[in-house]
Design a binder for this molecule. Structure first.
Ligand code: NDP
Ligand SMILES: O=C(O)C1=N[C@H](C(=O)O)C[C@H](O)C1
Length: 265
């Protein structure tokens, strides 16, 4: 069996390390390279607490892509880094699984066009946890029947972006299912008290230690509320989704935004 040759950018980060341990257990995958700006020169296996795997963490993404030519690169860095990495992925025509959040809808559209022109497979998903995908789907369904929604997302304090990519995609889905008028009645005595707004959906971002990634979507209606909540208690929750994406993108030269696009729902 020909194995899928996987590379990870952001390999020394929280998601990168979890992915090293996960890919190492897959019979149909081989971790062939990893890039980061931290832990450079170390063995990727030893860095994340498993046996040495002979993959040394590299700094130079362009050189590594050219020399290793992976089948799929997984990017888990942060928005600004991803913006610099994307031209290198495109130039090297490598298939991509992008978990990094922080691209704007305009940037996503541009990426889609560029991937299609070059026949590169690419899946961008703000959340790879199956439960989070279901939360977004249920929220879209509820949106058709309930008056309005607000989102509260909870993350660890190291998170660089706010609101989360998941909160943004959830709000986009809610608005797509039913666009509604909403007039804000509250005056903010403390600026920001009502959170950020995407269309008519207010988003509140909590950053506290103890959390990995959680989200509540609260719908209001006459005399009732509905709360849909998802909790990622560990980063293991994201791994089945990332593996599904790697296997799909290794074969399929399409562009997908959201794990739901490749799940049988
Ligand atoms: N789609 C999903 O399901 C999920 C997405 N995410 C997203 O994934 C991203 C990473 O999250 P997380 O692992 O928690 O973050 P971390 O900060 O733990 O990891 C990011 C890693 O990337 C490194 N890095 C920074 N710049 C570059 C660069 N130019 N090239 C290579 N490596 C670089 C960082 O180094 P240094 O620390 O030195 O800056 C760090 O080691 C975030 O955008 C997050 O929102 C997270 C969880 C799930
Ligand atoms: O930074 C994180 O941790 C996470 N980021 C993603 C997001 O921004 O939605 C996914 C998940 O919430 C964890």
């Amino acid at each position: 069996m020909k194995k899928i040759r996987v590379m990870i950018t952001g390999i020394a980060g929280k998601m990168g390390q979890e992915l090293v341990r996960t890919v190492a257990q897959q019979k149909d995958m081989l971790l062939v390279a990893g890039c980061d700006i931290s832990q450079v020169g170390k063995d990727a296996g030893e860095m994340c607490g498993i046996d040495a795997i002979g993959v040394i963490i590299e700094m130079d993404l362009g050189v590594t892509l050219r020399e290793v030519r992976p089948d799929v690169v997984c990017d888990f860095t942060y928005g600004e880094a991803l913006r610099k990495n994307l031209p290198l992925y495109l130039e090297n025509r490598v298939n991509m699984v992008i978990g990094t959040t922080g691209l704007t809808p305009e940037e996503l559209k541009k990426l889609e066009d560029e991937c299609q022109q070059r026949e590169i497979g690419c899946l961008v998903a703000p959340n790879f946890a199956i439960g989070a995908v279901l939360m977004m789907q249920f929220a879209q369904k509820a949106s058709q029947y309930m008056e309005r929604a607000e989102i509260i997302e909870f993350h660890h304090p190291q998170k660089k972006d706010a609101p989360s990519g998941t909160a943004i995609k959830t709000a986009e889905g809610i608005i797509e299912a039913k666009d509604r008028a909403y007039e804000e009645k509250s005056f903010e005595l403390l600026p920001g008290s009502r959170g950020g707004r995407l269309g008519t959906v207010n988003i509140h971002s909590v950053r506290l230690s103890g959390f990995v990634a959680s989200q509540e979507v609260i719908f209001g209606g006459e005399g009732q509320t509905l709360t849909i909540r998802h909790d990622s208690l560990s980063r293991v929750s994201f791994m089945p989704g990332v593996l599904l994406a790697i296997r799909k993108i290794a074969k399929n030269k399409h562009f997908y935004y959201g794990l739901d696009k490749i799940m049988k729902l």
